[in-house]
Design a protein around this ligand. Structure first.
Ligand code: A3P
Length: 320
């Protein structure tokens, strides 16, 4: 597999050398099509280029797009559970994949597992459920042309920063010292994140297209999903073409799916195991709360991020 990757990447290495470069959280980051990416990592600029050249979408595909730490794991679980709900017996969920696997196994990333051809549930189920952290404007053209459905999950920038700060320090190569919160804040404010940034441009790209094409792009927020889970899950089901019937609603199917995907339940699965060689399962489950930023940001930091957000999200009517 490594040899294969090396051959594929060789072509993109020359391009990499021509890109603007900056110091990132632990490694250098490169500017490609308006976004900062790392190189030779989970979401690397070489992988994005390779996917843009080779990825083939199907019209029936469903994609979940997010900035890392937006609640991807949670929404993966909900989408997988609701799309595949008829495959599992209603009151006996004992055989459900979400009881034995991390949601990232059930819905693979196109730039990670699919790119590496790791066999996953994505190959087994129809429709294919995939996820991505790639910004809208850099998605493989095949996804844009296929007319398939795309769900975007957004989360407030200050909680994203805090969540990313903890995650990055948890999974960091231990040859690096942990990043201080001040360093993370400075870097985030400049638009640099461990995998892809700026945060604001990522959100804006998907928000814009969700307004232009509401039938194919659904824009959700982590905060709404927390407060209004039942209604958001129903909306999601309808959007994806799997609306709940009155009978299902009466039988509590919506509640059953939500219950299966709670922070408490998902975080118990494979608790002490590893999801990938470098990431323990429990790295994806920290607090699962709205507003933990108040425990990390000074008033000054908070004000500064609010100012950037106000300017960048001007007229977007996003409330967190
Ligand atoms: P915190 O670090 O703020 O706790 P992602 O899945 O995109 O990597 O995002 C991870 C964030 O989602 C973490 O936020 C994590 O705790 C939270 N999360 C994971 N599962 C969740 C669930 N079932 N319900 C609510 N939040 C969840």
């Amino acid at each position: 597999e490594k040899a294969n990757m090396t051959i594929i990447f060789k072509k993109y290495k020359d391009m990499l050398a021509t890109l603007p470069k900056e110091n990132g959280w632990f490694t250098d980051v490169y500017m490609y099509q308006g976004f900062w990416y790392t190189s030779m990592s989970i979401l690397s600029v070489e992988t994005i280029m390779a996917l843009q050249d080779t990825f083939k979408a199907l019209p029936s595909d469903i994609y979940l797009a997010t900035m890392p730490k937006s609640g991807t794991t949670w929404l993966k679980a909900l989408m997988f559970a609701l799309v595949n709900r008829n495959q599992y017996k209603k009151n006996d969920l004992l055989d459900h994949p979400l009881l034995v696997s991390n949601p990232h196994v059930c819905i693979p990333f196109i730039e990670i597992e699919i790119f590496k051809n790791t066999p996953t549930y994505g190959d087994v189920y129809s429709p294919r459920l995939f996820s991505t952290h790639i910004p809208y404007t850099s998605l493989p053209q095949s996804i844009l042309d296929s007319g398939c459905r795309l769900v975007y999950l957004c989360r407030n920038p200050k909680d994203i920063l805090v969540s990313t700060f903890h995650f990055a320090n948890t999974i960091r190569d231990k040859s690096h010292r942990p990043l201080t919160f001040e360093e993370a804040f400075e870097s985030f404010s400049k638009g640099i994140m461990p995998y892809v940034g700026p945060y604001w441009d990522h959100v804006k790209g998907y928000h814009k297209v969700s307004l232009e094409h509401p039938e194919t792009v659904l824009f959700l927020t982590y905060e709404d999903l927390k407060i209004d889970t039942v209604n958001i899950v129903k909306r999601l089901a309808k959007f994806l073409g799997y609306p709940f019937t009155e009978k299902e609603e009466a039988e509590g199917v919506v509640q059953g799916i939500i219950e299966l995907c709670t922070f408490e339940n998902l975080s118990e699965v494979g608790k002490h195991g590893k999801f990938r060689e470098d990431i323990p399962n429990d790295a994806f489950f920290r607090k699962g709360k709205v507003g933990d930023w108040t425990n990390h940001l000074t008033n000054e930091m908070s004000h500064s991020i609010d100012e950037i957000t106000k300017e960048k999200f001007n007229g977007m009517n996003l409330s967190f």
